[in-house]
Design a protein around this ligand. Structure first.
Ligand code: SF4
Length: 297
């Protein structure tokens, strides 16, 4: 199955759920995340170091995604049962290698002194066990194996695409056809965030519809929550919902364009036009709070 075509490089910004989420939550955090090199007060290295901070929930999610990706790729090559002892050793190694290379915001902002790798291991392991015990997994390694050559599992790159000719980024975790239907599975290790997650799944469904010329009824978008227990949320969107979502992308892109001095070259207005949020709950999760003198949050 074809996946993401290659587009020639353009500087113009590309819409994504996470980009607009950052834009909506705090214009200053948006500036630091996407336009740090234009800052005339804070050195770009400082901004980039803060941008790279990870967090315990983020890393649990990353590692779980990568483990599931590797498990699925393995099933495309062999249907032999997985040796769980070996798998758990692999998870341990992956956690060490991922976590030892990164700086965690919880440590950087002195909320804790050290990362508990064992706690991360236990949660990732539980997420994988919950998936293994789910009916979905049993279905995947039996019925869905019919189409294993066509599984798209965490494709490389940034997932650049076009929605109605607008540049956008949208990268599925796992996508495959089965009979006349198409399935999009998105693994989650955190809590359900109805508005954000619905937008993500709308974007994936729209991408699938446009890329493979599908009807809305053929696309099954499924949010798969792995913790604390396995739980799925999702049902096909209507054509009307997908059409409306195209308009949402257009409107949100225009909103972000209005903070550009030059839209085509994606050059931002000066930093003063990107105000800090007054919602401290958002700041308490933000990597840049040192720059806003909010390190104590
Ligand atoms: S700390 Fe708060 S105000 Fe500052 S960039 Fe982050 S979210 Fe915005």
């Amino acid at each position: 199955m074809k996946t993401y075509p290659n587009y020639s490089f353009t500087s113009i910004l590309g819409w994504s759920v996470s980009r607009y989420e950052t834009f909506k939550n705090c214009k200053r955090a948006y500036y630091y995340n996407y336009y740090g090199k234009y800052d005339e007060q804070v050195p770009v290295d400082v901004i980039n170091d803060l941008k790279k901070l990870t967090s315990i929930p983020l890393e649990k999610g990353n590692i779980t995604h990568d483990i599931i990706r590797d498990i699925l790729i393995r099933y495309t090559k062999t249907s032999a049962n997985i040796d769980r002892v070996k798998l758990f050793t692999y998870i341990h190694k992956m956690i060490k290698s991922y976590c030892n290379k990164k700086v965690f915001s919880e440590v950087y902002y002195k909320q804790i002194t050290k990362i508990d790798l064992e706690e991360i291991f236990n949660e990732v392991k539980q997420a994988v066990i919950n998936l293994f015990n789910s009916n979905r997994f049993k279905w995947l390694i039996s019925k869905a194996m019919e189409s294993k050559q066509e599984w798209i599992i965490e494709p490389g790159g940034f997932g650049e695409t076009r929605f109605n000719d607008l540049k956008a980024y949208c990268k599925v975790d796992y996508f495959f056809p089965l009979g006349d239907e198409y399935y999009i599975l998105d693994w989650k290790t955190g809590h359900y965030a109805p508005e954000k997650h619905r937008k993500q799944m709308l974007a994936y469904a729209l991408w699938a519809k446009d890329t493979y010329q599908l009807t809305s009824e053929q696309i099954n978008p499924i949010l798969a929550f792995l913790l604390p227990n396995y739980l799925e949320i999702g049902e096909p969107f209507t054509l009307e919902e997908l059409t409306q979502f195209n308009q949402v992308i257009h409107k949100e892109t225009q909103e972000m364009h209005s903070f550009c001095a030059n839209i085509e070259d994606n050059i931002p207005l000066v930093k003063d036009n990107f105000p800090q949020t007054d919602k401290y709950i958002i700041c308490s999760f933000c990597n840049f709070r040192k720059l806003c003198n909010l390190s104590n949050l």
